[in-house]
Design a protein around this ligand. Structure first.
Ligand SMILES: Cc1ncc(C[n+]2csc(CCOP(=O)(O)OP(=O)(O)O)c2C)c(N)n1
Ligand SMILES: [Mg+2]
Length: 381
């Protein structure tokens, strides 16, 4: 039977966790969480100024979950984030400038305005890229994809580990089941993190599964499962590091359930009218991951508050500078939408299927040269 262990909950805050990390690394965890929150607050301001194109997804209250888990990876490892894992992407090397440009759909953003928010990636052979996959919207689908990534590591004998995040809602998909089952059977070096934040859109966890807890699903897959307090950054680091070490040692998949809470709506448009009164306020007051970590650092680690204030100031300056850089960039050229989508040069003439057809009455024929035909030469701009 799979082993199950629980990390201590709020109150027993990290009494035995992350102790081995040097203070410099503990402060780095603080900085990543603060950067995540400050950058998201800036994005909210830009959203309200209509400078963000599309939805804005917050991870308010979940910063420890994203940051602490990704912090357990090595640069050569590969991670697949979700919309609430901006913190993990920052830890893995995504920059605030890239994220701001991406959210604002700038022409020189990572996807040149063709994808929104944090849907962009950087993957390749170890040492050549930062190792995070571009996100896709279909829930759960990245589990089989990451099983494939982990299988490639195993097949090539590479000392690399994959980590995939899924939400509580995503566990209800067939893809989640197929992916984790395959990875478990193949003993692939994969860590699967279920972020239990209480909701999937407006669906509460109680309507998502009949299981008492998501970590119980590990038993059915025959893999170790661990549940941890997702708002305790050192606990998150600890549980993920154990799983990463197991994967690296050839012991296969671990399923982790991180207990956290989504304090904002699904996206900024969601007014959370379905949330019971007082619930959000309670989590904000009693279980904010940054507040809790500040207490750990100042009370247990004896870090002066001035040191944390300096980090906060440097984060604010970094976000200000990144915003200025991102705001200076222009919008994409219209034909950018077609670049990198089709083969270049094209194998077929554009609209070959219309050749010889009488389309005179349609009034929607594109001129010769429309599309990638001329885009790469710049001729059609
Ligand atoms: C297969 C699939 N079904 C439905 C959706 C629509 N959808 C997008 S996000 C979401 C809720 C996700 O909830 P959860 O997995 O708990 O992640 P969270 O937003 O809480 O981080 C839904 C239903 C989708 N993208 N893919
Ligand atoms: Mg959820």
């Amino acid at each position: 039977m799979a082993a199950r262990r629980r990390s201590p909950g709020p109150g027993s805050a990290a009494a035995h966790l992350g102790e081995s990390l040097p203070l410099e690394r503990k402060l780095a965890l603080y900085r990543w969480m603060r950067l995540t929150r400050t950058l998201e607050e800036r994005l909210v301001a830009l959203y309200r100024q209509t400078k963000v194109v599309g939805g804005l997804f917050r991870s308010l209250g979940q910063e420890a979950d994203a940051v602490g888990s990704c912090f357990a990876l090595e640069p050569r490892d590969v991670m697949s984030p979700l919309i609430r894992n901006m913190g993990a992407m920052l830890v893995k090397g995504a920059t605030p400038v890239e994220i701001l440009k991406q959210y604002m759909a700038k022409g020189d953003s990572p996807t040149r305005g063709r994808e929104l928010n944090i849907h962009f990636g950087d993957i390749g052979p170890a040492g050549t890229t930062r190792g995070f996959l571009g996100q896709i919207s279909p829930l759960g689908d990245m589990v089989p994809v990451m099983a494939g990534v982990a299988m490639s590591f195993k097949a090539r004998g590479e000392d690399r580990v994959g980590l995939v995040y899924v939400g509580d809602g995503a566990t209800s998909t067939g893809a989640f089941h197929e992916g984790i089952n395959f990875a478990a059977v193949q003993r692939l070096p994969l860590v699967v993190i279920i972020e239990n934040n209480g909701y999937a859109y407006s669906t509460p966890t109680s309507k998502q599964t009949a299981a008492k807890q998501f970590v119980d699903k590990a038993i059915g897959y025959g893999v170790p499962g661990e549940q941890a307090d997702g708002n305790d950054v050192l606990a998150v680091y600890d549980v993920t590091k154990r799983a990463v070490d197991r994967a690296r040692a050839g012991e296969g998949v671990t399923l982790i359930e991180l207990m956290t809470y989504r304090r904002k709506g699904h996206a900024e448009h969601d007014n959370q009218s379905y949330v019971p009164p007082g619930e959000i306020e309670k989590w904000a007051a009693e279980n904010d991951p940054i507040d809790r970590y500040v207490r750990v650092l100042t009370e247990r680690e004896k870090v002066p508050t001035a040191t944390l204030a300096e980090i906060d100031a440097s984060v604010s300056a970094e976000v200000d500078e990144a915003t200025e850089i991102a705001e200076r960039s222009g919008t994409p050229a219209p034909l950018d939408a077609l670049e990198g989508v089709y083969a270049e040069p094209p194998r077929e003439r554009p609209l070959w299927f219309r050749e010889g057809a009488d389309v005179s009455g349609l009034g929607q024929e594109r001129p010769e040269g429309w599309g990638t035909w001329d885009a790469s030469k710049g001729g059609a701009r």
